[in-house]
Ligand binder design. Structure first.
Ligand SMILES: Nc1nc2c(ncn2[C@@H]2O[C@H](COP(=O)(O)OP(=O)(O)OP(=O)(O)O)[C@@H](O)[C@H]2O)c(=O)[nH]1
Length: 373
């Protein structure tokens, strides 16, 4: 009885000891693990995080990456299989497709231009399908269904429709080894139908995606970019500046005595003033300048390429535009602006804090701009 009661404890003890020994071994290994390995793991995690973020932001890049990976694995496998079986020509085609998909993926990742990469994959898919059908005959035709569906997600609808039509027409007339006319007809009809369904689905999905994207990044009242997008764009601007691609500046704009408009004339009058303000600002900005609403009556301008002189002129211009054009039921409205050019050694939050501080300095006088030194 005693033994029975003690035995689970003993087993537990042994298990604990074993766990303890394992933990000690792990700790010892961890102590001796070279710092390089830790650095490599951190680097890999960083790349995965970057990949995840970019794929979430760019729908097409996500499709290219995921479909690309699956296609590379599948076609790579087929390529090896074909070489082993002695189908050198088909093996070469599959291998060329794998290389094109990798090249397209790398291009999309490096340049951020997923459109060209998608187009490259559409062209490769279509030509690949035709060549495979011409070489393999009936069995080669099945790859076309894959390709036509993928095309609608890899690129815009127009090139995808064009590629699908071209594929069906070419297959309809191409001499194919061992393919009966009825099989060919059946393939062309089903492939055209699959393309049509893919087109309808892709068109709806892309409309929804655009709508959702707009809802996610735009301020519903004024239609300008929102705080969420600003939080994403700000570190990107710092990154671009570090890479030597731009000399950016930030300007924080805060309407003066805005509460008074709300209090005296109601919230709707305040809303109309905010909308009017954004219209006026947008009229005075360059195409590359980005305007965000980050709070109630607080806006931020992210300017891509600017120097102190240009920034001074722009701020003067915006102060004048607002003072002379923005009207509320309470009379003319003014704005206070604080700005800061990015310093080489600061991060995004330090940069924003400097621009914010400059705005609070401007607020002491109102209808005024201050550029952080
Ligand atoms: N109409 C309207 N008012 C808003 C909105 N968001 C915030 N507010 C109001 O904006 C006002 C901001 O007031 P304060 O921060 O005191 O600023 P202010 O009156 O402009 O004062 P100064 O900035 O010091 O000149 C508050 O009354 C908020 O209720 C909005 O979307 N619409």
């Amino acid at each position: 009885m005693d033994d029975d009661r003690r035995s689970p404890v003993r087993v537990g003890d042994q298990a604990c000891l074993a766990l303890g020994r394992r933990a000690m071994r792990r700790r010892r290994r961890a102590r001796t693990r070279p710092a390089q390995a830790a650095g490599l793991a951190a680097g890999t995690r960083r790349v995965f995080r970057q990949l995840q973020t970019r794929m979430q932001e760019d729908f097409r890049l996500g499709v290219i990456a995921l479909c690309g990976l699956v296609s590379v694995a599948a076609l790579g496998g087929f390529s090896v299989y074909r070489f082993v079986r002695g189908d050198i020509a088909l093996g070469v085609v599959d291998f060329a497709l794998v290389l094109t998909i990798i090249a397209a993926g790398v291009h999309a990742w490096r340049s951020g231009d997923s459109r060209i990469a998608g187009l490259m994959m559409i062209v490769a898919n279509t030509i690949g399908c035709v060549v495979v059908a011409a070489l393999a005959g009936f069995t080669g035709l099945f790859w076309a269904y894959n390709a036509v569906v993928m095309n609608f997600f890899l690129g815009d609808r127009h090139p995808a429709v064009f590629a699908s039509m071209a594929l069906v027409i070419v297959i309809a007339f191409l001499p194919l080894p061992g393919v009966e006319p009825a099989q060919r007809l059946s393939f062309c009809a089903t492939c055209a139908l699959v393309s049509l369904y893919a087109f309808v689905f892709a068109a709806r999905a892309s409309r929804q995606a655009v709508r959702l994207e707009r809802l996610a990044v735009r301020d519903p009242l004024t239609g300008v970019r929102n705080r969420r997008l600003f939080d994403l764009d700000l570190p990107r601007a710092v990154h671009d500046a570090r890479a030597g691609r731009s000399t950016p500046a930030l300007a924080v704009l805060d309407l003066d005595h805005f509460k008074r408009i709300n209090d005296r004339h109601g919230h709707d009058a305040g809303d109309r003033t905010l909308v009017g303000f954004t219209r006026i600002l947008q009229a005075g900005l360059r195409q590359d300048d980005r305007l965000y609403r980050v709070g109630g009556e607080e806006f931020v301008l992210l300017l891509k390429d600017v120097q102190v002189a240009g920034l001074t002129v722009l701020i003067e211009h915006l102060l004048t535009l607002t003072r002379t054009r923005l009207r509320s039921p309470d009379g003319p409205v003014t704005v206070s602006i604080g700005a800061a050019l990015l310093r080489p050694d600061e991060d995004s939050s330090e940069w924003l804090a400097r621009a914010d501080k400059a705005m609070y300095e401007a607020k002491t006088r109102r209808d005024c701009g201050v550029i952080s030194g």
